[in-house]
Design a protein. Sequence first.
Length: 95
Amino acid sequence: MGSAAKTRDWCEDSMDLLDILCDLCPDNRDLIKEEGRRFFCRMNYNLARSIASPVQRMKSYFFVAKTFDNSEPVFNYIYKNEIKPFLRNLKKNNS
């Protein structure tokens, strides 16, 4: 299982890597930063998804969103990966 601390560490490492990539390709800095934030945001949301505690998982989602300027909207991710499956299971179990 994941942890909030691991998610924070991964976010910091992801931002460091993104800065290095931007430094290596200054001509494409804006594109790399935009696409990199989106990619690392999704990657870190997926990491946070493995946190067992729902409260810590939600806190981690919002930390990831803040770290990457909400480049992948946090509410869309939560709906798609938390709420929608929950509702689907609820409907399935009540049928």
